[in-house]
Design a protein around this ligand. Structure first.
Ligand SMILES: Cc1ncc(COP(=O)(O)O)c(C=O)c1O
Length: 454
């Protein structure tokens, strides 16, 4: 029973009440079991019910639950900063801890702004971002976010940040792209910097693999090298948003490693605590930190829960588990398995594109595979599919508006990194059954023999 005093984002939806989690499974108060195909909100990377994490949390809370970062340091935060800096692909990394992804993005933007100010480049204040990005819900993060439906109610409050096209070859309208990226989207960054005036641009922010605005959008191998070169040319900091990709999702600690590029700032969140505590932060290159030291200036930005010792203690346990259980190797292997196996769904007449990296999968749904014509928004295709899958025991997410901000549907699957091949098979079988049901309801002709993934 949902009590109406708890305000839900969707006031018309009845949310199952979950009471327990174990591994990749969630259980509700009516005894239903669901595969957690979204790993919580992409954060429960190590799965549910990890006792050793619960135990270290309790122990840390008993010993030191809180310390005020304006007055004290604490050992878990010191240790976790060193551990993260050692694996992050930035030079001489320094870490600032906050409570989540949006706070991390705000921190990165303010760091970039103050860094330029400290170097006598006080005009540099714009952050360039991409359409179809998701960087968070707070106002600075939302100003960078490239999703009109999320921005619309709050536009009067948003900073004027320029946006360039995303890397989205399936629906890219840029000349010469036609399904295979020719990097015209990356080159747009240079045009946007010149248009804003290089002296006004502080940073560029991008997710290495997009999930919020494009279901598992993966740029080609040359994309981020091009972005890096443009940022260097105009003294623009490159901020990589690894909130959903960080801590193993694509098989490496940070997804940007796949492109062999070093950003100036990495924003992390979600998987840093595997969802057991609110934890996020940034890793900045030593050069940025040194600008503050050289000037003897404060970073003018603090939250109550900066350097929270319980969150940091959880982060340390998460990194121990990642290493002891070889989570990155598992995510690479099961990720490759998932990506290969999911291609079997391409026989469905409603499946336009299947893409992803590691344990991030996106399925783009279309009315017509030849033309890529999307379903009309009124059909609520992704919403219906998610409900069909939930009834069958798989929690999935999906979004609409992918084609033209109104029409277009997709499905997103990003389970805990500890998922087994059998559980992936079960998930794909449920997606197959749900697609079949949807296609029958819509009267779509199955022109090819649509097998359940074996
Ligand atoms: C890429 C990305 N950036 C930022 C955020 C915002 O993080 P949070 O919801 O923890 O504030 C998210 C959340 O989904 C995200 O996926």
């Amino acid at each position: 029973m949902n009590d109406r005093t708890l305000f839900h984002r969707d006031p018309l939806h009845g949310y199952p009440v979950v009471v327990r989690g174990e591994g990749v499974y969630l259980y509700d108060d009516e005894g239903h079991r669901f595969i957690d195909g979204t790993a919580g909100a992409g954060n429960v990377t190590l799965g549910h019910g990890r006792r050793r994490i619960a135990e270290v949390m309790a122990e840390q809370a008993r010993t030191l639950a809180y310390s005020f970062s304006a007055l004290f340091a604490n050992q878990p935060a010191l240790d976790l900063a060193a551990r993260i800096a050692a694996v992050a692909p930035v030079d001489d990394g320094r870490v600032y801890f906050v409570s989540g992804g949006s706070e991390g993005i705000e921190t990165a933007f303010k760091l970039a702004r103050q860094y330029h100010l400290l170097r006598g480049k006080g005009q540099k204040q714009k952050v360039i971002a991409r359409w179809r990005s998701y960087h968070g819900a707070s106002l600075g993060a939302l100003a960078a976010t490239g999703l009109p439906q999320l921005r619309a109610p709050f536009v009067p409050w948003l900073a004027d940040f320029p946006h360039i096209d995303p890397c989205y070859p399936y629906r890219c309208a840029l000349e010469g792209c036609a399904g295979k990226c020719n990097l015209a989207c990356a080159r747009q960054l240079e045009k946007a910097i010149l248009q804003a005036g290089p002296g006004n641009v502080a940073a560029f922010v991008a997710e290495p693999v997009v999930m919020g605005g494009v279901a598992a959008g993966v740029p080609p191998p040359e994309y981020f090298a091009q972005i890096r070169a443009i940022c260097d040319k105009y003294d623009v900091l490159f901020i990589v948003d690894e909130v959903i990709t960080g801590f193993g999702r694509t098989g490496s600690y940070f997804a940007i490693e796949h492109w062999g590029v070093k950003p100036d700032v990495i924003v992390f969140g979600k998987g840093a605590s595997s969802g057991y505590m609110p934890l996020g932060g940034v890793v900045m290159g030593g050069e940025i930190a040194s600008a503050f030291t050289a000037a003897g200036e404060f970073f003018q930005h603090i939250f109550t829960y900066v350097n929270n010792p319980v969150a940091a203690r959880v982060g340390l346990e998460v990194m121990d588990i990642i290493e002891e259980e070889e989570i990155l190797t598992n995510a690479t292997k099961t990720g490759d398995y998932l990506q290969a196996k999911a291609r079997e769904l391409s026989e469905h007449p409603s499946v336009g594109d299947i893409r992803g990296l590691g344990l991030m999968l996106g399925i783009e749904l279309v009315k017509d595979r030849e033309t890529g014509e999307p379903f009309p928004v009124g059909e609520k295709v992704s919403q219906r599919l998610c409900r069909m899958a939930l009834t069958r025991g798989l929690a999935l997410s999906g979004a609409s508006g992918g084609a033209d901000w109104v029409d277009g549907d997709d499905l997103r699957y990003y389970p805990p990194l500890v998922i087994s091949r059998e559980e992936i098979d079960l998930s794909l079988a449920i997606i197959h059954q749900s697609l079949t049901q949807l296609e029958e309801e819509l009267g779509m002709t199955v022109t090819v023999g649509c097998r359940q993934p074996s």
